[in-house]
Design a protein around this ligand. Structure first.
Ligand SMILES: Nc1ncnc2c1ncn2[C@@H]1O[C@H](COP(=O)(O)OP(=O)(O)OP(=O)(O)O)[C@@H](O)[C@H]1O
Length: 131
């Protein structure tokens, strides 16, 4: 636990910096992180363009946070497996495939959320274009 002292505060900020470095490193090394982050920016820009309500923004932010968090954990698990089991092993395969499965599940949730949130605004927009 971080103590409420000058040393404790310094440790807290060091931990914060290490965490930020971890996110930046995953972003640099993982293509999936770049793709998911890019999609997140596009989705949030679309949410702004369609002036979606706060509840829709919260759903989108939840979906984006879930996907990026799963991607970070997947990257951490891959790095750990590569460190402890560089040779082929069924348990290494199980760990990597399971972590990738977690990312897939969150991505499916994100797609469903996107459809739920954007369906009516997009349909209304298309209808207004045609009338
Ligand atoms: N040490 C291993 N033992 C057994 N199977 C492995 C091992 N390493 C990787 N694999 C198999 O190969 C697949 C791809 O592994 P890889 O390390 O290339 O990760 P990845 O999921 O393609 O991630 P990325 O390309 O984003 O780093 C894994 O999902 C797993 O099925």
């Amino acid at each position: 636990m971080v103590k409420n002292t000058a040393v404790g505060h310094k440790k807290f900020w060091h931990s914060f910096r290490f965490a930020a470095h971890g996110i930046a490193a995953a972003f640099r090394s993982e293509l999936n992180m770049k793709v998911h982050s890019g999609l997140a920016v596009i989705v949030l820009a679309a949410a702004a363009a369609f002036r979606l309500p706060l509840s829709s923004w919260m759903l989108l932010l939840l979906a984006i946070t879930l996907v990026l968090t799963a991607e970070l954990l997947n990257t951490a698990i891959e790095a750990t497996i590569d460190l402890v089991s560089p040779e082929i092993h069924p348990l290494a395969k199980k760990a990597k495939d399971t972590a990738a499965g977690a990312v897939l599940l969150t991505a499916v949730f994100a797609v469903i959320t996107g459809i739920y949130v954007f369906y009516h605004p997009v349909m209304d927009w298309i209808t207004s274009l045609m009338s």
